[in-house]
Write a protein that binds this ligand. Structure first.
Ligand code: ADP
Ligand code: MG
Length: 463
């Protein structure tokens, strides 16, 4: 029965018109491809813990497990005013962070959009753009610049960090591709750009957004041991014992602990445990970094909409959806945004009228029938649920690695996917329960809003 349903989908056949393929057959075949069962979750989690351990042992493994040079968590008593710059992937923000000393923070910020020409051109173009934005911000906010202002730079790409204010870019991700930045110290690049523009600001700390999120939340909750990003990309950082980091060659660390940036987006680039399917593969092949960031590509905001689009395009080609009628928009890579999925999953009208609006007005599908809208909604649900469940695997693996399953801890999560995608948190919680049983209750997952920016201020204060 099941195999018949599947073959109905798999045959690129002219014999079937879309009317002949029953909605439930289409849906069950997709479920077969996208649903991750509890046993598979557990297998992935086990492999994840092994990979975390391996990455701490020596360089050259899939998980880079980068020591952040942040070895003290905040007390909540730190005070002062710091500049922070947060380059995440989609959003770029310049902020002034005021630490009030009683675990409270005030934040003034301005968002900028990074133009495409700056993402993939010469390094100097990108860093000049960043420096110009800092200048705009301090001018607009009348920030006095008699003395050099310390700035925490949240730079959320894999860097080989060699000091709190030094880090060499290993590889671009999330659609960035300025070739001449690779192997350069991004702090020096930003300081040089600031000097070129005569901006009296000096970078004192280089921060990964995951580390920032952890530190920012730890400023008011000392039980915070993990910071996670679920935004354009995905990644996590956690508190590790220095004695458990064999590759650490940086000398004794007073606190005995070090925050590790896992760079977990690269998990399973070997593709041995993740159920990376034909739609994922197609998206991957057409991406700027094929073969890389496998875990990230199944989870984060940059890719979820594109996976949904790949499924839709295939179903249209097979005349299973929209009567086989496509549109230039739906044929365009990345045109189906992850935010559309959020909107579609929030559509509780009986005829899925908002889904119809998205399909007709944003994607130019002439007549999406109610049946088609239901299928599209189900595709979104399947892709997003898989993402949430895989995110939970990452969290469970890190908590297991820290041996905090029984004692518990707070996991702070920042990023638009976690913040805005409906049910994302609950779907994660369900999967965590499948993985940890009753211990799931010990893992306190919270939204660490603005953590990646505020954390840069907190770390600048500690530096
Ligand atoms: P960054 O990763 O640049 O720090 P965000 O955390 O805001 O920025 O994440 C941006 C990503 O979140 C985008 O890739 C976008 O696809 C996704 N996104 C934006 N709005 C929504 C939404 N309403 N629902 C789900 N995802 C969203
Ligand atoms: Mg961010």
């Amino acid at each position: 029965m099941y195999s018949e349903m599947k073959s109905a989908l798999q045959k690129p056949t002219r014999k079937y018109t879309y009317r002949e393929v029953d909605e439930s057959e289409v849906v069950s075949a997709l479920e077969d491809i996208f649903v991750i069962r509890p046993q598979t979750l557990r297998n992935i989690c086990k492999h994840f813990v092994d990979e975390l351990t391996l990455g701490l042992k020596e360089d050259g493994h899939t998980l880079k497990m980068i020591p952040s040079y942040v070895s003290h968590r905040p007390t909540g008593k730190e005070t002062g005013s710091y500049l922070a710059l947060d380059l995440g992937g989609t959003n770029f923000r310049v902020c002034e962070v005021y630490l009030e000393g009683d675990s409270k923070v005030r934040l003034t910020q301005k968002k900028f959009t990074i133009p495409d020409y700056a993402k993939c051109g010469q390094s100097d173009v990108l860093f000049d753009f960043l420096a110009d934005s800092v200048l705009t911000f301090i001018t607009e906010n009348h920030i006095p610049t008699e003395s050099d202002i310390p700035l925490g730079f949240t730079f959320s790409f894999p860097v080989n960090q060699t000091a709190i204010d030094k880090g060499y870019l290993m590889v671009w991700t999330k659609g960035f591709d300025c070739k001449d930045t690779i192997n350069k110290d991004v702090v020096a690049l930003l300081n040089e750009a600031l000097a070129r523009k005569n901006v009296k600001v000096h970078v004192t700390a280089l921060v990964n957004d995951t580390v920032g999120t952890l530190m920012s939340h730890a400023y008011n909750d000392p039980g915070t041991f993990v910071g996670v990003i679920l935004g354009t990309g995905t990644n996590a950082a956690y508190v590790e014992k220095v004695s458990a980091i064999p590759k650490w060659k940086g000398g004794p660390v007073e606190s005995g602990e070090m925050i590790i940036n896992c760079e977990w987006g690269a998990f399973d680039n070997e593709r041995v445990v993740l159920p990376f399917n034909k739609y994922d593969q197609k998206m991957d092949e057409e991406s700027t970094n094929p073969g890389e960031q496998t875990f990230e590509k199944m989870i984060s905001g940059m890719y979820l909409g594109e996976i949904v689009r790949q499924v839709i395009v295939e179903l249209v080609q097979r005349r299973i959806l929209f009567g086989g009628v496509s549109s230039p928009e739906i044929e365009t890579p990345y045109k189906f945004e992850t935010a559309y999925m959020s909107r579609i999953e929030r559509d509780h009208t009986s005829d899925l009228l908002d889904t119809k609006m998205v399909l007709q007005e944003l994607l130019n599908i002439p007549y999406p029938a109610p049946r088609d809208r239901r299928i599209v909604r189900r595709i979104c649900e399947l892709v997003a649920t898989r993402a949430a469940r895989l995110s939970a695997v990452g969290v469970a693996a890190v908590v297991t690695k820290m041996e905090r399953v029984e004692d518990g801890c707070t996991v702070a999560i920042d990023g638009s996917v976690y913040e805005h995608y409906p049910h994302f948190g609950n779907r994660m919680k369900d999967a965590l329960h499948e993985l940890l049983g009753m211990f799931e209750e010990n893992v306190n997952i919270v939204l660490g809003k603005d953590g990646s920016s505020v954390g840069a201020g907190v770390i600048a204060a500690l530096a």
